[in-house]
Design a protein around this ligand. Structure first.
Ligand code: ZN
Ligand code: ZN
Length: 350
């Protein structure tokens, strides 16, 4: 017992001395970095969202730990960033891992200047001009998006929620400001709320091959989908989950309104899309689960019927001749979505 105690005490002292003698605590160092032997986990394509891992071998590690690094922007082909992931060096050879993400803006070579543990080198990624996943053409109908990219599984839609139509909620002086009085959705008299429209930054990541999910996740408050003009869809509830009834009279001439942060949105039929840009039976946009949203009518002009509790049904549409589950707007509650998503929702940042 006694000798074991002394031994561990001596080892502790020796370890402490060595650590203090040679390198400062937590300082990772290596003797070589082999960018030329580095690799990327996935190929890259022009204008296609990229998310992969770069692996770079090193030599002569000193067993130190290291933290997540700062973002390294690509040069040559721009639009990508590489970020060192935290780890612990071996005492000989090993690999550094960088997460690489973004959307390459051109084809060619993207270069990342790597600097680690006293060594530097540059790793290159070839960005292909063609051959990447092709986004189905139906998404090109989202004309109001600020960007649309596709990684083969999810379409990423960015929008600013600024309606492309007049509204009483655009600030006075804005060319799209137009006073409104009279009757709004549901026949009530318009009563303006105190908010005004402002530019938002919204990113929706939506599955391109939507699928039924028996869990039927509840729709969140805030953004649940996006209209073709880049304005978000909200669900059938007001803030706090209370019924929408008290808010309906604040819908403007095109049946949308802004909330407290100035985010304009539709809870009900987007009248500008159904009467000006398209028709009552047209595609209106998508919910987060990837299933499309249509106006209140079918292509033959009849009102949509036989909607389930999620507020949709399945049949062929002009955009999906093979048939697809889709939501419809209705004039009665719940207007757009009923008891949750039919499929697995993607994600939204807002
Ligand atoms: Zn609202
Ligand atoms: Zn239908």
């Amino acid at each position: 017992m006694k000798s074991a105690y002394f031994l561990s005490a001596i080892l502790f002292m020796a370890f402490s001395c060595k650590k203090n003698d040679t390198t400062p605590a937590n300082s990772a160092s290596i003797t070589g970095l082999a960018c030329g032997s580095g690799s990327f986990s996935l190929p890259a394509y022009i204008n296609v969202a990229y998310s992969a891992t770069a692996t770079i071998p090193y030599m002569g590690g000193n067993s130190a730990s290291y933290a997540v690094g700062a973002a390294i922007a690509s040069t040559g082909v721009t639009g990508l960033t590489a970020v060192l992931q935290a780890g612990t060096l071996t005492n000989s050879t090993g690999n550094l891992s960088y997460t690489v993400s973004g959307t390459p803006s051109s084809s060619g070579t993207a270069l990342f200047a790597i600097s680690f543990g006293g060594q530097t080198c540059s790793i290159s990624l070839t960005v292909n001009s063609a051959g990447g996943p092709v986004l189905p053409a139906v998404y090109n109908k989202i004309y109001g998006a600020t960007s649309i990219t596709f990684d083969g599984t999810f379409v990423t839609i960015k929008c600013n929620a600024l309606p492309d139509h007049k509204s009483a909620y655009y600030p006075a002086g804005n060319p799209f400001h137009e006073a409104f009085s009279g009757t709004t959705f549901g026949g009530g008299t318009f009563t303006q709320n105190p908010n005004s429209i402002s530019t938002q930054t919204i990113t929706l990541k939506i599955p391109v091959n939507p699928a039924l999910n028996a869990a039927h996740a509840s729709t969140p408050m805030g953004v649940i989908g996006v209209a073709l003009n880049g304005v978000p869809f909200f669900n059938q509830y007001a803030a706090g989950g209370s019924p929408l009834t008290g808010e309906i009279n604040s819908f403007d001439q095109y049946w949308g309104h802004p909330q407290m942060t100035g985010m304009y949105h539709y809870h009900v039929e987007p009248l500008y899309l159904t009467t000006v840009k398209a028709t009552k039976s047209s595609l209106m946009g998508f919910l987060l689960d990837g299933f499309p949203v249509y106006g209140p009518q079918e292509s033959d002009g009849s009102l949509a019927t036989g909607l389930d509790i999620y507020h949709g049904h399945t049949h062929a549409t002009a955009d999906y001749p093979g048939g697809i589950y889709h939501y419809h707007f209705t004039t009665a509650a719940p207007y757009l979505n009923g008891n949750g998503f039919y499929g697995t929702p993607g994600t939204v940042t807002q």
